[in-house]
Design a protein around this ligand. Structure first.
Ligand code: KG4
Ligand code: ZN
Length: 342
């Protein structure tokens, strides 16, 4: 089954053609990052207007790169939410028009389910279920158990900010540009361990200075870490290059220490054959290597998206989720997805 998928929930205008949920025939992403760097973050109205200008060229390009004709496409899929409403409407309207015009079924996809399925893209073999997935981006921070296709159990999520959001804010404090994740990762490579000590938010009783022996709480919180970094930066005054790198290093360690420890804690409970990390933050090499290190001793494979472009927002992941876990709708806005996270 060949699905033409559209994603416009945030600041990427994207379209892809995906076959049977795993084979990416074409994938086009127009990133608005340059536009949003001017404001150190996304302004919703600016994002929506940029989608309007790009949606038709991006769809045309994805279809042209696929070398397929409209007759070869079996369905249209579109991100229904969550996201910026003005941005979503652009993608949803385009998908509705195409479905009507071409006489194809329309599939509505939850953006977060897209990130969960991003790890299926580009694989030869269907991964065995159940799968434990940590999906972390600018907008969400979830730990879920994929029991059956379309059946997710939410084990934990952030109680305040996502890790991606914390990375973006920390980057601003360290005078780095938007988006902050890749910038902090680059700077942290120059940082020295042990120069600073930032807190780890375990969200469960742990004797001061010690680590939890067993994880009971699979939720996350990053606002305290953000405040701790802010307070430290204020106290230090003007920062030299090495101090900024040391702070970036410790900030990144705090985020990934908690995330990989909680991921492993959940695995000890559910013992899935593999674990997935996904979402924009899964592009981070330190996150990947810490997760792999933790799971090596348990002989369990850690999968991350086969391409960096499948970590951050893209339409191929929407095509994958549509194939495995979506339903046909007439109106994606009026028929909200009753599943989690809407
Ligand atoms: O999935 P995504 O493109 O958009 C949302 O759905 O939010 O994720 C974007 C987020 C941003 O917060 C960005 O800073 C973060 O992912 N990110 C990273 C890295 N690359 C992107 N965070 C840490 N390390 C990275 N290499
Ligand atoms: Zn996303």
């Amino acid at each position: 089954m060949k699905i033409l998928a559209i994603e416009t929930s945030f600041d990427e205008t994207a379209c892809a053609v995906v076959e049977d949920g795993m084979k990416v025939i074409s994938s086009v992403i127009y990133s608005q990052i340059a536009l949003h760097q001017l404001t150190h973050g996304t302004v919703p109205e600016v994002a929506a207007r940029a989608h309007v200008g790009k949606i038709i060229p991006v769809v045309e390009e994805a279809l042209s790169q696929s070398q397929l004709s409209v007759a070869d496409i079996d369905a249209i899929a579109v991100t229904q939410g969550p996201g910026l409403i003005g941005s979503l409407i652009v993608g949803v309207t385009a998908a509705q028009v195409l479905a009507k015009m071409w006489g194809k079924p329309l599939l509505a996809v939850n953006h977060i389910w897209g990130h969960l399925y991003a790890n299926f893209l580009g694989r030869e073999q269907l991964p065995d279920l159940p799968i434990l997935i940590i999906s972390v981006s600018g907008g969400h921070n979830d730990l879920v158990l994929l029991r059956k296709h379309g059946e997710m159990e939410l084990l934990g999520q952030t109680q305040d900010d996502s890790a991606g959001e914390a990375f973006d804010k920390a980057a601003r404090m360290l005078d780095l540009s938007y988006p902050g994740g890749p910038e902090i990762e680059k700077l942290a490579r120059l940082g020295r361990p042990g120069q600073f000590q930032l807190p780890r938010a375990w969200l469960q009783q742990v004797p001061t200075g010690l680590r939890p022996k067993e994880i009971h709480d699979f939720n996350f919180s990053f606002s305290g870490l953000k405040t701790a970094l802010y307070t430290l930066v204020q106290k230090l005054g003007p920062l030299d290059a090495q101090t900024r790198a040391d702070l970036a290093y410790e900030f990144q360690e705090s985020v990934f220490d908690v995330m990989t420890t909680k991921l492993f804690g959940a695995w000890e409970k559910y013992r899935t054959p593999s674990v997935f990390i996904s979402g924009g933050v899964s592009a981070n090499q330190r996150f990947r290597s810490l997760a792999i290190e933790k799971f090596n001793k348990a002989n369990t494979a850690v999968f991350y998206p086969t391409k960096l472009s499948y970590c951050t927002d893209n339409a191929a992941m929407i095509g994958a989720a549509a194939f495995f876990a979506s339903k046909v709708v007439t109106d994606p806005v009026l028929e909200p997805d009753p599943s989690l996270w809407n």
